[in-house]
Write a protein that binds this ligand. Structure first.
Ligand SMILES: [Zn+2]
Length: 495
């Protein structure tokens, strides 16, 4: 059913469960390393492989990070809570249970405000809890990479036991047709917060942040929630938005036909933008949760929690408001920078000495274009804020003009070294020598007699062609304004 029609008949209710892998040096319950991309099964030990008799010990840094996340999300912090065993079989989970939290989460009852089109939407947070990640199965031989149709499966336990924080929202009502955007804005802001806290690299494409998106529909005028589906492990912000959109359309079509929604997990497909059914959804009681007997309870000292709260960094939304005022930007310009993920880069470039307007111009102009072309994030371009600052300095000193500066950036991006090295090896210094410029101007005037004559007779507009000739002859290295002044002087006219 088309989106507009679906929204005319039904009201969406959202819920988001986000898993964030913490960037701790070691795993949640053992000392194994957590480096991403290490050869399979090289970061494992008897504890995370669940050998008989191996006992877990909780990672204090992970608990601290979880509390900081909870505080940043305005949560209350439990003074006493326990880990719980969640019992189920999964081939990439050696213990056949996951150590998680159940009815005693470490953090609870918070909120996160997100802004959509100048409107603030408060997303209530039900809980932030700590658990361990599973290993990773790879299904080999099938067309889709899923277990169906595969010849065999292999499993890598490097990820098994990496600390994982799960952030669960309360049901989000009243977002109406903005539901997909709210879901995306929430995930975006959550990622920003994780970054500012430095608790995770939150790389969605590497799976260190992944969202489960719950959607249900209720008929307009009703206040009774419908049956929800849970689209699992959506791994990009854009996909979060698309998954909500397509689930609303799919569910509306079924309900309008008098059908019923099956409570199940679903998979989102990047290529089609659609979801397909996964497994029917278990209820909490199916997992036979019970308090984890191998671990002592977690009882964070309130004084310590207060210290952590005191030491929280400036949160992204607060920082954005401050920078917007400092940089004197419109809401629209600031939003564009936020969407381009340019704010931190611009800030760092200014900190390295660049004027604010220049820093913004390069990141949002030339570099955004480059990032767009290569499909990479701005932050992943092989150029640093310090290098951009150096280029703006060279422009300000008159050593480069904008055109040459772009060439310098091109050289830096191509791996030719620092801006100064690129200037040197590509010979990009502006023609500052008056004699040299004068000689070029003479040459261009001599070679363009018609244009020169027009200028002499008062058609100053014709000087443009001569300036163009000077720029060409100097391979872009002349100062256009000075070249123009010199041309007019030599032809005996004034503006
Ligand atoms: Zn281990």
């Amino acid at each position: 059913m088309p989106y507009d029609e679906a929204l005319a008949r039904f009201e969406p209710v959202l819920g988001l469960e986000t898993h964030v892998e913490l960037g701790t040096a070691s795993k949640m319950f053992c000392g194994c390393k957590t480096t991403f991309g290490a050869p399979p099964n090289t970061q494992v030990c008897p504890t995370c492989l669940a050998f008989p008799g191996a006992l877990p010990v909780a990672n204090a840094a992970a608990i601290e990070s979880t509390i900081r996340i909870g505080l940043a999300l305005n949560c209350s912090i439990a003074e006493w809570c326990r880990m719980a065993r969640k019992n189920y079989f999964y081939p990439d989970m050696p213990k056949n249970y996951q150590i998680s939290q159940y009815d005693e989460p470490l953090c609870f009852d918070g909120y996160l405000d997100v802004e959509i089109d100048g409107r603030t939407v408060r997303v209530e947070i039900e809980r932030v809890h700590l658990e361990e990640d599973t290993g990773k199965s790879t299904h080999v031989g099938g067309a889709t990479g899923r277990i169906q149709g595969a010849d065999y499966s292999i499993v890598d336990y490097n990820r098994a036991g990496i600390p994982l924080v799960e952030i669960v929202t309360k049901p989000i009502e009243g977002t109406d047709r903005l539901a997909p955007e709210v879901a995306k804005a929430y995930a975006t802001e959550l990622r920003e917060i994780m970054r500012s806290l430095g608790v995770s690299d939150v790389r969605m494409e590497e799976g260190s942040m992944r969202c489960d998106v719950n959607v249900s529909l209720m008929p307009r005028g009703s206040s009774e929630w419908g049956t929800r589906t849970e689209t699992k492990n959506v791994n990009s912000l854009r996909s979060v938005e698309r998954a909500v959109h397509s689930e609303i359309e799919r569910q509306a079509a079924i309900l309008a036909d008098g059908g019923r929604i099956v409570q199940e997990t679903r998979h989102f497909h990047e290529d089609t933008g659609q979801t397909t059914p996964g497994r029917s959804k278990e209820e909490a009681q199916d997992y036979r949760y019970f308090p984890e007997p191998d671990l002592v309870p977690i009882a964070p000292d309130p004084a310590w929690v207060a210290t952590l709260k005191e030491a929280l960094p400036e949160l992204p939304s607060v920082k954005r408001r401050r920078l917007q005022a400092e940089w004197r930007l419109s809401d629209l310009d600031m939003q564009a920078m936020y969407n381009a993920e340019a704010i931190d880069l611009v800030e760092a470039t200014i900190a390295a000495g660049a004027p604010a307007a220049d820093a913004r111009k390069w990141w949002m102009g030339e570099l955004a274009r480059r990032a767009n072309e290569t499909g990479s994030a701005l932050a992943d371009l092989p150029i640093t804020p310090e290098q951009i600052a150096r280029v703006t300095e060279l422009v300000a000193s008159g050593a480069l003009n904008d055109k040459l500066a772009r060439e310098v950036l091109e050289g830096v991006l191509a791996g030719e070294g620092s801006p100064d090295e690129v200037v040197e090896t590509r010979g990009l210094k502006i023609v500052n020598d008056e004699g040299e410029l004068s000689a070029i101007v003479d040459e261009v005037i001599a070679g363009n007699a018609d244009a020169a004559e027009k200028v002499r007779s008062g058609k100053i507009a014709a000087a443009g062609a001569l300036v163009g000739g000077v720029m060409k002859a100097s391979r872009g290295k002349a100062d256009a304004a000075r070249a123009r002044a010199l041309i007019l002087e030599k032809l005996g006219v004034s503006e």
